[in-house]
Design a protein around this ligand. Sequence first.
Ligand SMILES: *[C@@H]1O[C@H](CO)[C@@H](O)[C@H](O)[C@H]1NC(C)=O
Ligand SMILES: *[C@@H]1O[C@H](CO)[C@@H](O)[C@H](O)[C@H]1NC(C)=O
Ligand SMILES: *[C@@H]1O[C@H](CO)[C@@H](O)[C@H](O)[C@H]1NC(C)=O
Ligand SMILES: *[C@@H]1O[C@H](CO)[C@@H](O)[C@H](O)[C@H]1NC(C)=O
Ligand SMILES: *[C@@H]1O[C@H](CO)[C@@H](O)[C@H](O)[C@H]1NC(C)=O
Ligand SMILES: *[C@@H]1O[C@H](CO)[C@@H](O)[C@H](O)[C@H]1NC(C)=O
Ligand SMILES: *[C@@H]1O[C@H](CO)[C@@H](O)[C@H](O)[C@H]1NC(C)=O
Length: 500
Amino acid sequence: MSEQREMKEASPGYRTVTIFVAGIAVIALVALVTVGVLQNKPLPQKYKYGIVMDAGSSHTALYIYQWPAEKDNNTGRVTQTDSCRVDGPGISSYASNPRGAGESLGDCMLKARQAVPSSRHGETPLYLGATAGMRLLNIENASASDAVFQAVEAALHSSPFSFRGARILSGQEEGAFGWVTVNYLDDRLTQGQETTGALDLGGASTQISFVSARFDGTESPHNLMTFRLYGNDYNLYTHSYLCYGKDQALRKMLALQTASGPTSLSDPCFHPGYIRTRDYSELYASPCVARSKPQASPRNFTLKGTGDFDSCRTAVKKIFDFSKCNFSRCSFNGVFQPELQGSFGAFSAYYFVLDFLNLTDTSAPMETIKDKLREYCATPWADMQRQHPSTKVKYLAEYCFSGTYILTLLTEGYNFTADTFKEITIIRKIKGSDAGWTLGYMLNLTNMIPAEAPDAPPAAPRRLRVHHGAHGPAAGGPSPLHHLHPQQDSVLQPAQDRMS
Ligand SMILES: *[C@@H]1O[C@H](CO)[C@@H](O)[C@H](O)[C@H]1NC(C)=O
Ligand SMILES: *[C@@H]1O[C@H](CO)[C@@H](O)[C@H](O)[C@H]1NC(C)=O
Ligand SMILES: *[C@@H]1O[C@H](CO)[C@@H](O)[C@H](O)[C@H]1NC(C)=O
Ligand SMILES: *[C@@H]1O[C@H](CO)[C@@H](O)[C@H](O)[C@H]1NC(C)=O
Ligand SMILES: *[C@@H]1O[C@H](CO)[C@@H](O)[C@H](O)[C@H]1NC(C)=O
Ligand SMILES: *[C@@H]1O[C@H](CO)[C@@H](O)[C@H](O)[C@H]1NC(C)=O
Ligand SMILES: *[C@@H]1O[C@H](CO)[C@@H](O)[C@H](O)[C@H]1NC(C)=O
């Protein structure tokens, strides 16, 4: 470097050239700024943006992503710059007031308008994806779910962004895009490194996705998603269990406990001293449990907590059916699952529940985790409320159940053992971006992950190519611009996915 510099300085014309170039640069800069100021236009923005709304069963969240504008064909790194949690419940709760669903998004849309430079608004894609809450509403009352979508679409169409449609994601898409997100953020795709499995837990469904050397889709084709990313092929195993998100799982457990229609219930999954009146018709107002509603029951029952972790585990275990399996091996409910392989990232409610319980350290011995949960569940309700005055009572009441459910799902359901449990990392964010399906979804719809490695000849279209197994849509699948109609939903959804 210094040698080169000496050579240049030794050459006679160098100084003149330098001054000349610097002068031109200054003039150009002044001209650029002047034009910008005169025309009252901001200088070119460094970044492009994309927005995805995650319409979950319990709430809606908005994520804003950015990537360098100057990179060719949007190959620059995508990161999350902002997020916003919509106040109030998920859009599926607005079945009797669809307009409310659209209105609920207003505050977050305003925040997005402020976060994205206005010169970029018109070109910024905006997507809304709904998951299991809307899958359930669609099963329960398709016209109500259509009305909710219409209201949401009207609200998003009136935003300054380039609205590209609202639709229900299939369970496979939700699982697969979560897996893409985690591995993209971890930089495991460009290098063709070993990938991380993804464990996602929501309110109404839960997903497990991982690459297994022993799984090529022959045994259970609808659990297969194949990807070609940066020149590497992946056979991804993925399954979404509808009704096994933490809120619907709680309903299922309560439904089994109240099958005979009692007036009171002693429940080990709630703290001692916890007491609450529950309405039968409210508890059973979900397709996950509707069919098991007792023929004759009073209007209410009294739920009394006893705070016993071990009995709670026994009660939780009953919502899993281990009795039948038509494959070489199953997780539960007759669903095929290959042997677990590699490391896993667990996010969404896995994170929020285990973080609250201070149990995110999966390297701790399983017995220690159980002991802590046992102690937690046994803590009297009055003490809980005293210790956590700012936590919403509904959430505070359900952490004992949720923690026990997570442990049971992972160990009994998915077959994580004391050893393989250590392969799970509980994550919220990776390098500042939330783990979840939204980023993977946007990367696919904006063609931001090439099928081929950057230097390879473009043998395949520059797109994240996703093929389903026998039951999936052919290459391309349904138009991403429209949400699914009920009859199409049955094409995308494997039978086990629909109901328990
Ligand atoms: C960008 O995409 C276009 C067409 O999609 C292609 O012709 C061009 O080679 C790509 N550029 C780079 C740098 O990959
Ligand atoms: C479905 O929802 C609509 C409101 O959007 C309501 O009018 C109708 O009664 C519901 N149907 C059933 C069967 O619940
Ligand atoms: C059921 O609970 C509601 C309020 O939670 C109460 O008004 C009603 O009297 C209760 N009904 C019975 C039969 O206990
Ligand atoms: C297993 O196969 C039998 C016979 O083909 C069928 O009746 C049953 O529903 C299947 N069970 C599951 C869990 O898929
Ligand atoms: C988790 O740890 C924090 C800090 O040590 C403590 O304040 C909080 O009460 C703990 N939460 C639970 C549920 O034990
Ligand atoms: C559960 O995991 C153990 C140990 O990893 C393995 O030996 C066993 O085959 C697995 N069982 C099923 C049903 O996958
Ligand atoms: C990925 O995006 C394309 C459109 O670019 C779409 O046709 C395809 O269905 C998407 N894949 C999935 C699994 O949604």
